[in-house]
Every structure is written in structure tokens, then in C-alpha cells.
Design a protein around this ligand. Sequence first.
Ligand SMILES: *[C@@H]1O[C@H](CO)[C@@H](O)[C@H](O)[C@H]1NC(C)=O
Ligand SMILES: *[C@@H]1O[C@H](CO)[C@@H](O)[C@H](O)[C@H]1NC(C)=O
Length: 281
Amino acid sequence: MARTPPLAAMLPLLLLAALSATANAASRPHPLDPLSPAEITAVRSAVLASPLVPARPLSFHYVGLDEPDKLDVLAIAYHSTRRALARTPLPRRAFVIARAGGASHELRVDVTNTSAPRVLSHAVHAGAGFPTLTLDEQFDAVALAPKYRPFQESVRRRGVAMDDVLCAVFPVGWFGGEATTRVAKMLCFVAGGTANFYARPIEGVTMVVDLDAMAIVEYKDRVRYPVPKAEGTDYRAGKTGKPPFAVPEPAPGVVVQPNGSGVHIDGHVVRYVRHLNSLIT
Ligand SMILES: *[C@@H]1O[C@H](CO)[C@@H](O)[C@H](O)[C@H]1NC(C)=O
Ligand SMILES: *[C@@H]1O[C@H](CO)[C@@H](O)[C@H](O)[C@H]1NC(C)=O
């Protein structure tokens, strides 16, 4: 059984490694850098060209770096052990979650050479869980509401102008069992007169949207409450007005850093306090 060295014993090594990285990291990309626009474009064309997922339309719900092995990352980024390996860049791979033909697909794509991307693996996700919502499908779903006759009637009965109505979709959650259709709940609000439309819900109305069929499949208007008024709901500084919100400005403070902030940003790597490195994505 392999034994993990205690962290305390490893710290000096790591610090040394990090210090030496400071001098070298600027010269090449970090293996944990996020996918570049060229890599994302290559991922897209590889997935669309793959015979493994012939169904259309195909939508991308997640495209991100398929992180290389941690030991390889340490060797490359910090030069600490395998010097030879440090000279060869690690393969660049992407992990993809796509939706097509009513199924959720998971793919790994090699984009080390963006002119010749390759799909390395493909699987259809089985069991619970659906990919995150895309912006496109959210726009398509909310566009269904104003055209849906029962909703038009509900809005009219509440004395609200449809032009003031704003809808949003929310995942329905998972409560156990097999969920076979990918649905979302749609709730609507009155956006006229305030930026804080969440304070003005059209209560009692719920809609369920089937995102694959892109259709409203369930509609309920159970109870009619008055829509809260717009006055006093805005949270923006210039709109809040009266106390307790209109408090005086706090006394000014000054931070002095005579030799600069000490934070250095190099690509996606942030360095500070000599031995700490962070990756921003
Ligand atoms: C990348 O792929 C292209 C197209 O197949 C090929 O012409 C080129 O030689 C490859 N580059 C490398 C570095 O392998
Ligand atoms: C700021 O930098 C100068 C020149 O490198 C150095 O002499 C000085 O000690 C530094 N000051 C502080 C407060 O670290």
C-alpha cells in the first residue's frame, strides 16, 4: 500500500518548487489554463464531426478542461522532479457534456493539435441528473409564455400588461426515481417600475416546460393574489431614498503599499507573497 508523505515534510519541497516556478512559468502556458478560444472551436468541430453522436440538434451544455494527472501538472508547472517530462507539453484535453436525441452525452476530446482534434471517448449518461441549462434554451423557454393562451388569460385577469412580464426558468430538482424528461419550472414576474422584479411575482401561476420538446407541458393558475406594488422595492443605491438606507458615507481610509501591491498576474497565474500561486480561470 502506498503511503502518502505527511504534508509538513513535503512543504519545503513544495515551496522550493513554487519559487523555481516563478522564474519559469512565464515562458509557457500552464497545464491547468482554461481552454483557449481556438481549443473550444476545435472541440466543437470534433464533436459535430463525430459519428458517435449523429442526432441533431446537438447542444453543448459544458465544455471545459479535462484536467491532466496531478503529478504531471506538478512536474510540468514546478519542474520539481521529472525534468525530461517538463520539456514536453502535456496533451490538452476537453470534457464535454452535450445533449442530442433526448440523451445526455459525455465526451473527451484531444485538442493538443487544434487542427486535428480527436474524440477520445464517448458515453451516454444513464441515471439521474441532467445537464445545466443553456442560455439559448432559457431564452426559447421564456419566449413560450407570452404566446401561451392560458397564461395570457392569467395575466389579463391580474390587470398586468404582458409587456411588463418577465419569466425565468428554474431547474425542478431531483426527488429520487427515474426522471426521463428534462423539464424546468417557469415562474413569471412583473418587471415594470422596479429593477427588483423578484419582489413582484405573479403568484399562483406555475408552468412546466419540456426543454427537449420546447413546449409548456403543465400549467397551473391556482390562486390569484394581487401583484405587490413597485414602490419601495428597488434596491439600487440611488433609488432607496429614506433611512435606514440613506446613511452618511463612511469615513475615508487609505491603504499604503509603497512598493506596489505585490500581486503579479501572468497569463492565468497569480503570484503573491513570494511562495503562493493561484490559477485564475
Ligand atoms: C496538426 O494537424 C495538422 C492537420 O492534420 C497537421 O498538418 C499538422 O502537422 C499537425 N501538427 C502537429 C504539430 O502535429
Ligand atoms: C521597497 O523597495 C526598495 C527597493 O527595492 C527597498 O529598498 C525597500 O526596503 C522596500 N520597502 C519595503 C517597505 O519593503
